[in-house]
Each structure stands twice: as structure tokens, then as C-alpha cells.
Ligand binder design. Structure first.
Ligand code: ATP
Length: 687
């Protein structure tokens, strides 16, 4: 397996490490020129070895904009990190700030490719931290277990509050504030300039002062009272480039006389009110910054969640980012949120030991997860279905034919992503009529692999049993036929339509292939309310062929002939066909053509070719929340013994997927399906 380098291109620090590493290698993401002018350039860690410099950063407000300089920094940092592999042997997964525009993402990919990496992909950091093992543990042992939580990133470039459900971002509710570590350090710098020294040319020293001495008062009134003074000894040429808090050292009892003398000579800062600078996180207006404080940010993100039922669960806030280490921040935020949110909503704040690494660690776990998923495809696992808040309601309607199975499903009130995390197994959906509950159902047995050769049926061969009938790609031995009942839609007959899976994010094409489903067709649609679209909807439809009444197994070429006939199964997408021009309302979105989609064996391609797609009247308009997808179709026509036509069945997969195939954390936005219905009108024409 290709080693993956996880590279967090944050505003404050560069963090990188192979997925096998326990912690990342970190360096400041900056470059500097020694001051006064004409001095040397320094990159990353080298900057702190200088005593007077002008500092620059490749990011602006968290967005990576100066890629030429970022490349220079990266080149040096990669050298110093001493990774076991060369760039050409590794894939790189870059983590970017939430809401990074697509154009920037593309440029970052180009920049990384230029560094010689085997493969490059970018993901956003909005809620990937939740995957970090430490946070996962904290969430599991939470006092208020629920699939919802709000991820609050307290970083260098700003704050970002992202409500999530089942680990997926509710994109439209994300809220950002520019007041982060950079602003706090600049405010401290200004104060120090007035009261003590001008440290403009030693910016990293001011950041160190902030980290070592500042804290968040428990009450905002406290910010007016002078806290206990702390002495910070500035670095000098003899002792190195880092200062220290004198009081702490004295407490430990520094015995050596020489060191005391040195300290007396050293330049010191006696910090009082300056220590309360992080108050600006809660009340930026008091410091002349017209934006929301951290409490308002979280409350506004929670209130922006479209689904009211989810909101009460979002008082569970997961903190990540370096600023979460600020002394007193957690209890203060807890107290303020308690005041702001309704009484009956639980409020709980969670963080792990090294919150600044949560994002990096979360990405590493995502990569592992992806591998595990690829390595251990297990259809049985799909039976572990979890529903939240009963959001899915299934209505079962069954057809009249005693031999041919028929089922139509109406999936209503389905909100994506987050309503369902696990795939839904088709048989499981058929047990409790209309109740929305899913009971365990007899498993279908997969009897052949996608790449298995198609056996040639012999003319005089005995009719094989269910297992022996195993042959082409999607042959399954069914252990149970669904019951029959009233027709759901007039004209829908003799077809078996199954909703096989609904997965919200994180499922790669490869993993589906391993599950022996052939992705036949895909459609991608995007909507954007928060800048460039970053989410795709994919619709997979795979025919499910069963053996014929005479025991023959339809071979692929016959299947394709049948499918090309006039009554061939159709898949229609209100959003437009993948091959057609971009559908209305999605002018700026990326619509991948089927050729861009990887397929499994030749069978998959063959089947896919035979399916037709047509655009229908519906369209997804920019900014609109609702869209409807109608799937009509079936596959592998055959006649059952009574002479009525039967469509083998259709497996339909609907799932949300982030822009890249890696990870499932970057859903920024999504379409909501108000209703999804299946029917197969062409089946009638064969009667
Ligand atoms: N122990 C600490 N106490 C207080 N503040 C800290 C501590 N450690 C780091 N910080 C602050 O956290 C900020 C960096 O946070 P973090 O490393 O999460 O940001 P980042 O991921 O580099 O940036 P971005 O916001 O662009 O993602 C800096 O401003 C730093 O001063």
C-alpha cells in the first residue's frame, strides 16, 4: 500500500507525518527576513533562531494564498523532517482550512504535485478532528451521548464552529470568526509596545509570551481587575532564542548563582493586565474588532442548523486547535454557553490532551479507516443499521404476482447527510411495513465475485441449485422472496426494486466494488451556499440479475442487447444526465462524466454502457435546498415460469461523498432529498 503523508497546511504551524507516525513533525508555517533589511531569509523553524526579523506567512485569514512561498517552506521542512520515504514514493493528503475555495484547492494540488508526490489530495479540516482517537474516546464517554456535536476549532487564523451529525458536517451551519491566535498575539504586541518593549521584530517571542502567561478569566468583570504579575524573561543571545517565565523557574529553586546574575541582567517583562488578552476571544468588540465572540459564534452555528430536532444536541462542543490549551478557556466557555443556550439543552465541552494535533490525528485515522474498509469489505456488516431520530420512513408496497417479486419504496423525510451513517440492507427494509423500523432479514448470499469469469451454460446441464447457479457478476442466490401486497404506483408491475444502501460519505468506489456491487452509473450534483460547491451526490444503479426459470444464467452480452432495446431500463435524473450538458442551476459545478469514474471489471463497463440516462425537467437551482431524484429502471429482463416478465432488480445506492474520494469530512453542503421513489414503467410494456 502506498504510504500516505498527512500534511496539515495550517496558518500557524505546518504539521506533517506518515500515517504510521504517532505524532506529527511540526514547524512554524512562516518565513522571515532578518531585520534591518538586507539580512538572510529564514524558513520555518529557522526563524526562531533569529533575534530581529520581519515575519511573513503564506496564509491570509487561514487561506493558503502564497503558494510559491509555501513551496519554499515545505521543501526545507520536508528535508528536516527526515521522513523514511522520498516524495516520489508517497501519496500526500493535505489538510486545508474549512471553506477553502475550490480554486485554491486546485492550486495546492498543483503545488504538491510539483514537489514530486505520487498522488495528492486535499481535504478540509472542518470536522475531521472528530476521528481522532482521543476525541473519539471523549465522545464515547460523554455524559450526553448523541450523534450530534459542534466542533469548535480554536486556531491561529481564527475560530470555526461546525455543527455535525454522525461525524458529518452540516455545512450550511458552519460559522467562522477571524479572531484567533494571530489576532491575540497582535493585540498583545500592541500592548507590550505601549507599556514595555517594541517586539514587532520578534513576533514569535510575543506568541510565546501569550502561550506562557495569558489566561481566560472566569468572568468578564474579572478582566477589569489586575491579575497577579508574572515576570517573563526575554531571550538573549547567550541563552538562546526562547524566553521563559521567571516566576516558574524561581519556584523550582534555581540554585546556581551565575544563572541568577544572568537573570538580573536580562530584559524582563512584568505582565499584569496583559495576561488577560484572551478576553478578546469572548469580547472582540471591546478590542475594536467588529465580530462575534466565541460564545456567539457557537450559538449562531447551532441556531443555523436547519433541522430543529438536532439543535438541542449541539451544545456538546468538541474543542480542537492550539488555543484550546489557553488556561481557563474551557470553564469560561462552558459557563457562557450554559447562559446562552436553553436550559433543557445539555452543554458539555470536550477536548483531548494535545488539541492542536486533533485535526492531524483525525486525518490519520480517516486514512486508516479507508484502508480497513478497502481491505475488509463485508456485506454482512451492512446489516448494522443505525437510525437516528427516526428520520427515515419506509413504506412498503408489494405487487400482486405470486412468483415475481415487486416492491416499491418511498423514502420520505430524508435529510442528508447525517440521517444515516451506515448502509441499509435491502432485505432489512422489507420487514416492518411503514414503521420506519428495520428488522434483521435473511441475508442474501453473494455467490460470485465481480471479476469471476462468466460460466458458459451447457445445453444438457441439469438445472443448478442456487449456489451452482452462481455465474456472472451480480448473481445472487435469494433466500427469501418479499411478500406481495398492493401496488404502490399505477403501472408499476413485475419488478423488484430494492434500495440497497444509503451511505452518507466516505465510501469509495473501490469499497463498493469490493462489496461486489458494480457501479453502473453516477450522477454528480452540487449546490453552493457557502462559496464553491464541494460536495457531490452520486447515484449508483446496478442491475441485479437472477437466474432464469430454465436455470440459465444470462450472460453479459445478452444482457447488454436486452438493455439496448427500446424498453431498456432507464435512469432519469432531474439534475441532468452525467453525459449531457450541465443541468440548469449547476452552471458552475463540476459534473463528472462517466468516463471519469473508475469501474470494476469489464462487466461493469459493459453494463454501464447499456444503460441510458436522460435529463428530465427538474433542476437544482443554486441556493435551493431541495431536489428530487427519480430513478426508473430495472435490469436483466427475464420471463418467469408463468410467462410474465420480470425485471431482475435494481440496486440503488445513494450517498453523499466529499469532493475527493478520501475521507468523509469535507461535506460542506448537501442536497436534501424530499422524496425518493422507484418505479419501473417499462416492465408493463412486456405484458
Ligand atoms: N499552550 C498554549 N497555550 C495557549 N495558546 C497556545 C498554546 N499552544 C498553542 N497556542 C496557540 O494556538 C494557536 C495555534 O493553534 P493551532 O496550532 O491549532 O493553529 P493552526 O492549526 O496552526 O492554524 P489555523 O487556525 O490556520 O488552522 C497559536 O496562536 C498559538 O499561540
Amino acid at each position: 500500500m502506498t504510504p500516505v503523508l498527512v500534511l496539515d497546511l495550517s496558518g500557524g504551524e505546518l504539521r506533517l507525518g506518515l500515517t504510521s507516525a504517532l505524532k506529527p513533525y511540526c514547524e512554524t508555517n512562516c518565513w522571515a527576513r532578518s531585520w534591518p533589511k538586507g539580512g538572510q531569509w529564514a524558513f520555518g523553524r529557522e526563524v526562531s533562531e533569529h533575534f530581529s526579523y520581519r515575519i511573513f506567512r503564506p496564509t491570509r485569514r487561514g487561506l493558503l494564498l502564497d503558494l510559491a512561498q509555501q513551496r519554499q517552506i515545505l521543501l526545507r521542512v520536508l528535508q528536516r523532517a527526515q521522513l523514511e520515504r522520498k516524495a516520489a514514493e508517497m501519496a500526500v493528503l493535505a489538510v486545508l482550512a474549512p471553506l477553502t475555495p475550490e480554486v485554491v484547492v486546485q492550486e495546492v494540488v498543483v503545488m504538491l504535485e510539483g514537489l514530486g508526490f505520487l498522488e495528492c489530495t486535499c481535504i478540509e479540516s472542518s470536522c475531521v478532528a472528530l476521528k481522532s482517537l482521543g476525541l473519539g474516546q471523549a465522545l464515547r464517554s460523554s455524559r450526553h451521548p448523541s450523534p450530534c456535536c459542534t466542533v469548535l476549532q480554536l486556531g491561529f487564523s481564527g475560530l470555526f464552529a461546525q455543527p455535525t451529525i454522525e461525524g458529518k458536517a452540516i455545512g450550511s451551519a458552519g460559522r467562522r470568526s477571524p479572531v484567533g491566535g494571530r489576532v491575540l498575539t497582535n493585540l498583545l504586541l500592541e500592548t507590550l509596545k505601549l507599556r514595555h518593549f517594541d517586539l514587532r521584530h520578534a513576533w514569535l517571542v510575543v506568541q510565546d509570551i501569550l502561550e506562557a502567561t495569558c489566561y481566560v478569566p472566569m468572568e468578564s468583570d474579572e478582566a477589569k481587575r489586575e491579575p497577579s504579575a508574572v515576570t517573563y524573561v526575554l531571550p538573549d543571545l547567550r541563552r538562546g532564542s526562547r524566553g521563559f517565565v521567571a516566576a516558574a523557574k524561581e519556584e523550582k529553586g534555581v540554585e546556581e548563582k551565575k544563572e541568577k546574575e544572568e537573570k538580573e541582567e536580562a530584559q524582563k517583562l512584568i505582565l499584569g493586565l496583559e495576561r488577560l488578552m484572551p478576553e478578546a476571544l469572548f469580547r472582540p468588540q471591546d478590542y475594536g474588532i467588529p465580530c462575534a465572540g466565541v460564545t456567539e459564534l457557537v450559538v449562531s452555528a447551532v441556531r443555523a442548523v436547519p433541522e430543529e430536532l438536532w439543535r438541542p444536541h449541539l451544545g456538546r462542543v468538541v474543542l480542537c486547535g492550539g488555543l484550546a490549551r489557553l488556561e481557563g478557556l474551557l470553564p469560561r466557555l462552558q459557563r457562557e454557553l450554559r447562559k446562552e443556550l436553553p436550559e433543557e439543552w445539555p452543554v458539555e465541552l470536550l477536548q483531548e490532551e494535545e488539541p492542536e494535533w486533533s485535526v492531524w490525528r483525525g486525518v490519520v485515522v480517516s486514512v486508516w479507516g479507508n484502508w480497513v474498509e478497502r481491505m475488509q469489505p463485508d456485506l454482512e456488516g451492512l446489516k448494522d443499521i443505525k437510525l437516528f431520530n427516526d428520520r427515515l420512513t419506509f413504506h412498503r408496497n408489494l405487487g400482486p404476482c405470486s412468483k415475481c417479486s415487486l416492491a416499491g419504496f418511498v423514502l420520505s423525510r430524508m435529510s442528508l447527510p447525517g440521517a444515516v451513517q451506515h448502509a441499509l440492507h435491502a432485505e432489512g427494509l422489507w420487514s416492518n411495513e411503514g414503521s420506519g423500523e428495520i428488522a434483521s432479514a435473511p441475508a442474501e448470499e453473494i455467490v460470485s465475485s465481480p471479476d469471476a469469469p462468466v460460466p458458459k451454460p451447457k445445453a444438457d446441464a441439469p438445472v443448478p441449485g442456487p449456489k451452482a447457479a452462481a455465474g456472472p457478476t451480480l448473481t445472487r442466490a435469494r433466500t427469501k422472496r418479499p411478500q406481495h401486497g398492493a401496488l404502490p404506483v399505477p403501472g408499476v408491475k413485475m419488478c423488484e426494486v430494492r434500495m440497497a444502501g444509503l451511505v452518507t460519505g466516505g465510501w469509495s468506489i473501490e469499497s463498493l466494488q469490493k462489496l461486489k456491487m458494480v457501479p453502473v452509473w453516477m450522477v454528480f450534483g452540487k449546490r453552493s451556499t457557502l462559496g464553491p460547491p464541494s460536495c457531490r451526490i452520486r447515484l449508483h444503479v446496478a442491475p441485479l440479475h437472477s437466474k432464469r426459470s430454465n436455470g440459465d444464467v444470462p450472460n453479459r452480452s445478452k444482457m447488454s442487447e436486452q438493455c439496448q432495446s427500446s424498453d431498456a431500463p432507464r435512469v432519469s435524473f432531474p439534475m441532468g444526465s452525467p453525459t449531457s450538458a450541465r443541468p440548469h442551476g449547476l452552471a458552475n459545478s463540476r459534473l463528472d462524466s462517466p468516463s471519469a469514474v473508475s469501474t470494476s471489471g469489464s462487466g461493469a463497463r459493459q453494463v454501464r454502457k447499456t444503460w441510458t440516462c436522460r435529463a428530465s425537467a427538474g433542476s437544482v437551482q443554486r441556493g435551493r435546498k431541495r431536489a428530487e431524484i427519480i430513478v426508473e429502471g430495472g435490469g436483466g429482463h427475464r420471463r418467469c415460469s408463468e410467462g410474465c416478465p420480470e425485471v431482475g432488480g435494481v440496486w440503488v445506492f445513494l450517498w453523499m461523498c466529499p469532493t475527493g474520494d478520501v475521507g468523509d469530512s469535507t461535506d460542506q453542503d448537501f442536497l436534501e432529498f424530499s422524496e425518493v421513489s422507484w418505479s419501473s414503467p417499462h416492465a408493463n410494456s412486456r405484458l
